[in-house]
Design a protein around this ligand. Structure first.
Ligand code: X8Z
Ligand code: ZN
Length: 614
């Protein structure tokens, strides 16, 4: 659905739509047609095609984003229908462009033309089959799935109707096993209705991907990383292999502390952790249970949520605070329209898609965020995350539309997080949110809090698409959707469903990105990349503190280096952009491992004699 586009960006939007090249759309025929026509085509034809397509894309992106924005801000039957119509139009165009681009496969073109043609061939997130009835059906399904998620709520046993935001707040703060369980179960009542839609979406998306020459939609998603699709999958495994020993030690320690809180009958010490006890609706980041696992004598002694409250931060002040980090690096302030047009708080009187997102409506300067901000430290970080998207979008706006995107999709997700890594005690003191910088003897506490958010996330970031890839390849069939989801949750995260799941349960649908059709590997990548970016920027800024105490606030050299990469958009293979900032062409987990090295040593010590593993 459209918001998918905006979480990705214009160039992908391009790809996200489709045309009605009617007729037989098998890969074989498409390829044959391409070979026959390609004899007559030249690099000049490619230039012409790319120029005309660019104009069409600009128009489609603008129309599509406006329809999507209105739908996400006022979810009704009518806005969903309008968004679906725009989505269908742009997806059909995207398929048509991909088919036309394939005709140049055997034509000698410049490297720049080849990159643009490849982008047209690869970047659709949910390609439709070349049949107008099916592309209409696919667009309608996308809108319905988004609407089911956006409108989702739960009426408690005591008759109170709760939004996801309200349930999220309880998941973060309650330490009552049964209350947590009710929230966890309650939210998952929204998703069984999604299952038939999801099954059909997977069929149609696969048919669309196959029409474009891919084995299935998962293979198409994996083809977007300037390397063979299979190598990308191996790359993720390699990176996970680097992180896993640290994750296992964090898991072991957290499980034993939760056993102390809830009892070992509730948290068996040789089993995966019940998924509702980790402070988050999806057990994807665990920072909210910091108080339960805080190291003795090393608690840094402040809580950003409380500091925001005691300093009278409202939602706007939180966004202004995040903006001023970017301006301190030399980025221009956000435009007035950002403040007029963004959504910062959950409206009382209508359904909106509350999941945070950043938008670029016109590839000029109409950038916005849409977020139902809660006044917590967690959302203060999410605001930095979202503004990272906006400053990126603005930095690459002078690129041709094909390159108005991040170097790979992990970069888009990593930029704001990189900045948030600089929200250190030193920085918080500088902006007046805390009075004193905790002593270095408290660093294990700071690192623990960060690890609960960042290290705990990594296997979740990996498993979501492991599941979808299996769904799209047919390895996991609809009868097994839910059981396969939990097998992967147990295998990678070592968390388990706290109660037997009903035969109708469709728990993947209770995670935004599944119904919204947003690929998830990007967040796994971002979690590795942001530490590499942080390390590189800290070096540029001349930092001499330990890396977890480094803040690049106010450092114009770091800002300029960051901007160089942002401005490139996707004009070069991501490896080139990566090299500009980090000096390497390959992703590597050593920066994140180095960052957490003191904590890892501490955890290994604490885990001595414990039964680890799940
Ligand atoms: O969806 C997001 C952002 C918008 S791109 C808020 N994130 C993932 C999630 O919430 O599941 C950021 C971290 C992971
Ligand atoms: Zn994001």
């Amino acid at each position: 659905m459209q918001s998918t586009f905006k979480l990705t960006t214009a160039a992908i939007l391009v790809a996200a739509s489709l045309s009605a090249c009617n007729g037989d759309n098998t890969v074989k025929n498409a390829a044959k047609a391409a070979t026959v026509v390609s004899k007559a085509l030249t690099a000049q034809d490619a230039e012409k095609f790319l120029a005309t397509t660019e104009k069409e894309l600009v128009q489609l992106n603008l129309e599509g984003s406006r329809a999507a924005w209105i739908n996400a801000n006022f979810i009704t039957q009518d806005t969903s229908a309008l968004a679906a119509a725009a989505d269908q139009k742009s997806t059909e165009a995207g398929v048509r462009f991909a088919m036309q681009a394939a005709k140049f496969d055997a034509v000698e073109v410049s490297a720049d033309q080849r990159r643009k043609l490849n982008i047209l061939k690869q970047s659709l997130v949910m390609p439709a089959p070349q049949d107008p009835a099916k592309s209409a059906e696919l667009a309608k399904i996308g809108a319905e799935l988004n609407s089911l998620y956006g409108k989702g709520n739960y009426t408690t046993k005591s008759g109170e109707t709760l939004s996801l935001g309200e349930m999220t707040a309880t998941m973060a703060t309650s330490r009552n096993y049964d209350e947590l369980l009710e929230m966890w179960q309650g939210w998952r009542t929204i998703s069984p209705a999604m299952k038939p839609l999801y099954i059909r979406q997977a069929e149609l998306g696969n048919e669309g991907a196959q029409g474009l020459g891919y084995a299935d939609l998962g293979a198409m998603w994996r083809s977007n990383y300037d390397m063979p699709a299979d190598d990308f999958a191996k790359e993720l495994d390699r990176l996970w292999g680097q992180i896993k020993p640290l994750y296992d030690d964090l898991h072991c320690y957290v499980r034993s502390e939760l056993g102390k809180t809830y009892g070992e009958d509730k948290v068996p010490q040789d089993q995966p952790i019940p998924a509702h006890l980790l402070g988050n609706m999806w057990a994807q980041s665990w920072g909210n249970i910091y108080d339960l696992v805080a190291p003795e004598n090393a608690d840094p002694g402040y809580d950003v949520t409380k500091q925001l409250a005691s300093h009278n931060y409202d939602e706007i002040k939180m966004v202004k605070g995040a903006e001023s980090f970017f301006t301190s690096l030399g980025f221009e302030a956000l435009p007035e329209t950002f403040w007029q047009r963004s959504l910062f708080t959950k409206p009382a009187d209508r359904d909106v898609a509350c999941h945070a997102s950043a938008w670029d409506l016109d590839a000029k300067d109409d950038i916005r965020i849409k977020m139902c901000i809660q006044k917590t430290g967690e959302d203060f970080s999410v605001i930095h995350h979202e503004l990272g998207h906006n400053f990126y979008q603005r930095a690459y706006q002078n690129q041709p539309v094909y390159y108005q995107n991040s170097a790979n999709d992990g970069f888009h997700e990593a930029i704001g997080d990189t900045i948030a890594l600089s929200v250190t005690p030193k920085y918080l003191k500088e902006i007046g949110l805390i009075d004193t910088i905790p002593d270095e003897s408290k660093d294990i506490g700071l690192l623990m809090k960060m690890a609960l958010n960042k290290i705990a996330f990594i296997p979740f970031g990996l498993m979501v698409d492991q599941w979808r890839w299996k769904v799209y390849s047919g390895e996991v069939t609809p009868e097994n959707y839910n059981s396969a989801w939990w097998e992967l949750r147990e295998k990678y995260q070592g968390v388990t469903a706290p109660i037997d799941r009903n035969i109708n349960a469709f728990d993947p649908g209770a995670k935004y990105h599944v119904p919204a059709g947003v690929p998830y590997s990007r967040y796994f990548l971002a979690h590795i990349q942001q530490f590499e970016f942080h390390r590189a920027l800290c070096e540029i800024s001349g930092n001499t503190d330990p890396i977890h105490r480094c803040s690049i606030y106010n450092n114009k050299d770091a800002g300029a280096a960051l901007n160089t990469v942002l401005e490139m958009g996707s004009s070069q293979p991501w490896q080139a952009a990566y090299k500009v900032l980090t000096g390497n062409e390959q992703m590597d987990a050593t920066a994140i491992l180095d960052y957490f090295a003191p904590l890892h040593t501490w955890l290994k010590d604490k885990n001595q004699g414990k039964q680890c593993g799940f």
